[in-house]
Design a protein around this ligand. Structure first.
Ligand code: F6R
Length: 625
C-alpha cells in the first residue's frame, strides 16, 4: 500500500490492486469521474468508434451526471457515439413508474444530452417471467455487439451489492433476475414511500458482466458507506460481499469522498503506514482501537498489546502503557455528562459544556420529523427538565415519507365521521369540505401534499408531547423539500433566508444538528449544507454558540469520536420508546440502536455500563467573530 497527493487535489492510495482516489467532497470526486468518462467518449469519437458505458442509478452518481450535463451544455461534449447499458431495473415496474430506473435515467441524464434514445439501454423490468432468461441473454449479447463495456460506473449498497448483485452472487454471474436483500429493500423504502411498495426482485447485470468491463469506477459518498467500503477493499474477496470481487480486476478505481474512506486502515490508522505526528485525537483513536481490537478495557492494556499492534512509538512517547491508558481513560471519562446544557455552578474546565449561562437557549435542527427521537430523545428530555429553553426546529415537513395509504386512511376516517354523524348531507361533502380547508390553511401545492405534511406534523406533535416538549416546536417546511424529491433537492436563497431568520431570532447557545457526515444528496446532507451556508450571516450570538453534531438513524459516532456522551437511564429509554411509537414504525426500520451501540462501546472500554448513550461531536467551524 502506498499513498500520495495527486495533481487533481485528491489523495491517492493503492490497496492491493485497487486504486483509491479520496477527494475531500463528493462534488470534487464526481468531477474527476465525469472527466474520465468524457475523455473516453472523446477519444472513441475521434477514432470513429462507439463509447460503451455501463451506467448506474441511485443517489451516488447524480453529481457525475450533473457534471456530464454541464460539459455537454458548456463544452460541447456530445453523446452521439455513446451506447449505454444500465446495470439494473426493478422487476415489475413499468418504464414510466416514477421510481423505475428508466425514469431515473431520463430525468438525471438522457433527456439532457444528445444520446440517441435507441443507444440508451435499461433492462426491461416488465418482461414476462417465462421470457426473462432470453431477455437477459439478449442484453448481454447487445453489450457484446457494441464491443463490450469500455467503462462501468458503480455505486455500492449497504449489503455490498454492485448493481443488484446481492450477497451470494457469483463472480461469473451474468444478467439475470434476482431477489432483493431485505436491507436493500429497507434502503429503498423511502423512495417508494413505504416498504410495502418496494419491488421484491430486479433484473441486474451479473458480477461477471461487470468484471468484463475494461475499466471500472466504484463511487461512494458519506459515512454510511465507510464500513462496506473498508470490507470491500480490505477483506478477502468473497461472494458474501460482491463488491469485494472487484479486487481482481485489472483496472478498478474506487472514487470516494473523505467520509466514505474514513474507515480504511490507511486513513484511520495512518501509523500502520509509516511515521505520523501524533495529535490528541489520533492518540485517542489508537488507544480505543487497540482496546476494541484486543478485547480488553483501556486500563488493562499492557506494553505488549501496544508493541504487538504497531503502537510501540506511543509507548516511547509516554513511557509506559500505564501512563497512556490513564490519560486516554480520563479523557474519555470526561465526555460523559448527565448535564448536556452544562452543570450549573460546577467547575466546567474539563466538562464538554460550559456552566454559564445556567439557562441556555437550545435549538435542535431536525431535517424532518422523526429523526430527533432515536439519537437525542433522552438528551431532549434532560435539557427540558434542567430548565433550558429548547426549540425543536423541523426543517422540512417530512411529507414525502407519508404513504398514500396513510392519506387514504385519513380520508376514509373523515368520510366515516360524516356518515355516522349525519351532520351533513353526504360524506363526500364533509370530506371534500375538509380537504378544501386543509388546502386553504396550508402553503402546499396540492391538497394531498398538505395532508401528508399535516399527518407528519401530527406525529411529531404527539412525540414531542411525550417528551414534554410540545410547546417548543417550529415547522419551517422549507420550500426546497416541497418542490423537490429525494436526489433532486435544490435549496434556494428563499430556504436560506427562512432558516437564517429563525436562527437569528432564536440566538441559540447550543445547536444540535446532523448531516455533516452524510451523502450530500441525502436530505440530512442537503440540510447540513444549508446550515453551513448560513453560518457567515449569523449574528453576534455565534461567538458563544456550541454546535453539537448527532448522527441520524442507526448511524453512530465511534467511541473515539465522541466529545459528549449523555447517558440514558432505563426510564428515559422507556420514555424515548413512547415518543418513537408516535411515529409510524417504518420511520425507524432498522435504525434504532445507534445509542445502544455507543453504550456497549463505552462499556467495552471499561467505562460505566449504561442502558444507552446518546453521543455528540463538537463541530468546530472555521468562522471567527
Ligand atoms: C444502482 C445500483 C445499486 C446502487 C447502490 C447504491 O443502479 O445498481 O447498486 O448503486 O444501491 O445506491 P445509492 O447510490 O442510492 O446509495
Amino acid at each position: 500500500m502506498n499513498n500520495g497527493m495527486n495533481p487533481d487535489g485528491c489523495k491517492e492510495y493503492v490497496i492491493g490492486s485497487v486504486r483509491c482516489q479520496v477527494s475531500q467532497d463528493a462534488d470534487q470526486a464526481a468531477v474527476l469521474v465525469a472527466q474520465r468518462i468524457a475523455q473516453i467518449i472523446r477519444e472513441k469519437s475521434e477514432a470513429g468508434e462507439p463509447a460503451v458505458l455501463g451506467l448506474a442509478t441511485g443517489s451516488t452518481p447524480v453529481p457525475v451526471y450533473q457534471e456530464l450535463i454541464r460539459m455537454h451544455r458548456e463544452e460541447g461534449l456530445s453523446f452521439q457515439n455513446v451506447h449505454s447499458f444500465n446495470l439494473d431495473e426493478y422487476y415489475g415496474l413499468k418504464k414510466d413508474h416514477p421510481e423505475s430506473y428508466q425514469s431515473y435515467m431520463q430525468a438525471q441524464l438522457f433527456s439532457h444530452v444528445d444520446i440517441p434514445q435507441d443507444q440508451a439501454h435499461v433492462p426491461d423490468g416488465m418482461i414476462a417471467r417465462e421470457n426473462v432468461e432470453e431477455s437477459c441473454r439478449k442484453y448481454e449479447e447487445a453489450i457484446e455487439a457494441c464491443g463490450g463495456l469500455d467503462f462501468q460506473l458503480l455505486g455500492i449498497g449497504r449489503t455490498g451489492h454492485i448493481g443488484f448483485n446481492e450477497p451470494g452472487s457469483q463472480a461469473n454471474s451474468r444478467t439475470r433476475l434476482i431477489t432483493l436483500d431485505p436491507v436493500t429493500r429497507i434502503d429503498a423504502a423511502r423512495d417508494f414511500v413505504g416498504l410495502e411498495n418496494v419491488p421484491r426482485a430486479a433484473i441486474t447485470m451479473g458480477v461477471g458482466t461487470i468484471l468484463n468491463a475494461r475499466e471500472i469506477y466504484l463511487l461512494a459518498w458519506g459515512r454510511g458507506k465507510a464500513s462496506v467500503i473498508r470490507k470491500a477493499l480490505e477483506e478477502s474477496p468473497t461472494e458474501d460481499l460482491p463488491a469485494s470481487l472487484l479486487q481482481g480486476h485489472q483496472k478498478i478505481i474506487f472514487a470516494l469522498n473523505a467520509m466514505a474512506a474514513s474507515e480504511l486502515t490507511c486513513v484511520r490508522s495512518p501509523w500502520t503506514n509509516g511515521q505520523v505526528t501524533w495529535s490528541e485525537a489520533m492518540i485517542k483513536r489508537a488507544v480505543h482501537g487497540l482496546s476494541h481490537k484486543v478485547g480488553k478495557p483501556i486500563l488493562k492494556l499492557v506494553d505488549r498489546d501496544y508493541q504487538l499492534n504497531g503502537l510501540e512509538e506511543l509507548l516511547s512517547l509516554y513511557g509506559s502503557a500505564y501512563e497512556l491508558n490513564i490519560l486516554v481513560f480520563k479523557r474519555t471519562q470526561a465526555t460523559i455528562t448527565g448535564w448536556p446544557g452544562g452543570k450549573p455552578a460546577a467547575d466546567d474546565r474539563s466538562r464538554p459544556v460550559p456552566s454559564d449561562p445556567t439557562e441556555k437557549r437550545i435549538v435542535i435542527l431536525a431535517s424532518e420529523p422523526g429523526v430527533e427521537c432515536s439519537p437525542l430523545g433522552g438528551t431532549l428530555n434532560r435539557l427540558q427538565k434542567q430548565g433550558h429553553q429548547v426549540s425543536i426546529v423541523y426543517l422540512t415537513s417530512g411529507g414525502l415519507t407519508v404513504s398514500g395509504d396513510a392519506v387514504n386512511r385519513l380520508q376514509n376516517l373523515l368520510a366515516m365521521i360524516a356518515e355516522s354523524g349525519g351532520v351533513l348531507q353526504s360524506s363526500e361533502n364533509l370530506s371534500s369540505g375538509l380537504l378544501e380547508l386543509v388546502k386553504k390553511i396550508s402553503d402546499e401545492a396540492t391538497t394531498e401534499q398538505a395532508i401528508r405534511s399535516l399527518i407528519r406534523k401530527h406525529h411529531s406533535a404527539l412525540a414531542m408531547s411525550a417528551l414534554n416538549l410540545s410547546e417548543s416546536t417550529h415547522h419551517l417546511s422549507l420550500p426546497f423539500y416541497e418542490s423537490g424529491g429525494y436526489r433532486n433537492f435544490a435549496p434556494s436563497d428563499q430556504d436560506r433566508e427562512v432558516f437564517l431568520t429563525l436562527l437569528n431570532k432564536l440566538q441559540p447557545h447550543q445547536i444540535y444538528v446532523s448531516g455533516k457526515m452524510s451523502d450530500p444528496s441525502s436530505l440530512e446532507g442537503v440540510c447540513w449544507q444549508l446550515f453551513e451556508d448560513t453560518m457567515s450571516d449569523w449574528g453576534e450570538w455565534k461567538n458563544t454558540n456550541q454546535i453539537w453534531l448527532f448522527r441520524e438513524g442507526g448511524d453512530r459516532w465511534e467511541s473515539h469520536e465522541v466529545d459528549m456522551a449523555v447517558p440514558v437511564s432505563p426510564d428515559e429509554r422507556a420514555l424515548k420508546e413512547v415518543a418513537m411509537a408516535k411515529y409510524p414504525v417504518e420511520i425507524f426500520l432498522d435504525k434504532m440502536d445507534g445509542a445502544l451501540r455507543v453504550a456497549n462501546d463505552y462499556d467495552d472500554l471499561g467505562l460505566p455500563e449504561y442502558e444507552e448513550i446518546e453521543a455528540f461531536q463538537l463541530h468546530k467551524p472555521s468562522i471567527t467573530a
